[in-house]
Design a protein around this ligand. Sequence first.
Ligand code: HEM
Length: 395
Amino acid sequence: MSFHDVDLLDLNIHIDNPEPLYAWLREEEPLFWDQHNEVWAASRYEDVIFISRNTDIFCSKYGVVPNIDLDTWPDDAMINKDGRDHTVQRALVSKGFSPRNIREMEVRVRELTVELIDKIAGEGSCDVVSALARPLPMLVMGDMLGYTRDTSDMVLDWTDTYVAGGNGPQHLTDDIVMAFGSFVMFHEELMESRRENPGDDLLSTWMKAEINGERLTDEKIMYEHNLLLVGGSETTRHTISGGLLQLMRHPEQRQHLIDHPEAIPNAVEEIIRWTTPFIRMARHLTRDHEMHGKVMKAGQQVMMLYPSANRDPRIWDRPQEFDITRSFSKPALSFGFGKHYCLGAALARMEIKVMLEELLKRLPDMAESPEQPSAFKPGCFLRGLESLPVVFTAR
Ligand code: HEM
């Protein structure tokens, strides 16, 4: 099969069995020129590492979404910075995401998880996405940002709508623009109230912070605020729902985790590899660079295809098998690699672990609904389940 004419920003190409495409790219065109979008794509594990590591050749400061230009769509968040600008901006909040801080948050995350499970435990059925996987990451972020419970629900509706902007400018709709506008207005009101009543939440941390002796502008804080919401919400959701789907389809592996809960952290790593929620991040070339006999020109963009790297047979033994006992001599690239390695990785791992621990204890016989099939969400930025209807013995 040949995919020479593939449009890598098509909304369905990565969703429904993309492996034949990825296998073709890795073997035949490891550096592929997507002529529809005029962007390169790298699909092998080692190439994704190389691009992420060499920030002097592959930079982030012109944006990390293909064909979205920061002059037209400004975004001053850390993800779009290089070098010292990036280090300084990331350091402002990195303490909040340290392993120690995340360990301390575990009790609260468990409380929230149990509360969500208790709401549906008597029902005997639910949609895992809307009842569990979607609300949990937002409630956790809401705590870190000092939101009230109602606020978390409202913001989640907006971010769910406008995150689709990451699919690219050709997929932009009025709904996306309006939802982002609502978020910006909400952010401004929140800043006003925090000026009067500062707390120990992340927003207050940014408001007190200085870079080179100067306070951060409200706009910069808005972009960082937005990055945490977009980075931490749908991604973690898709790993939780996608991981549960795999465990329901591999009952012997699920039973192993019920009998050996100490094996859950390794299962979390496999779930993160298997689900790989971000399809790609992009970099701009700062100078010409040759790879696999082709020259990428200064100013062009290259996308790193994380789901393909996480199935690269050069690295992974039996890459197409879901195996919670897999040993990881190298990390999956779902959280990226290098300087921009996901700030929320420890938090996401902990949320997935806690959800698995509590669900396997409380609803151990959860199974896919025989009547309603699960559905994936179309997209070329994020991939994951839109709904996952399940049944279980009511408690
Ligand atoms: C399973 C869940 C998650 C996945 C798969 C994921 C994936 C990623 C990836 C691939 C990057 C690298 C971007 C790049 O190299 O350009 C990244 C960066 C980032 N992520 Fe996550 N993420 C997850 C959860 C979270 C959470 C829970 C948060 C925060 C609450 C978060 C916040 C961030 C931030 C702030 C960055 C930018 C870091 C930087 O530029 O230095 N992420 N994430």
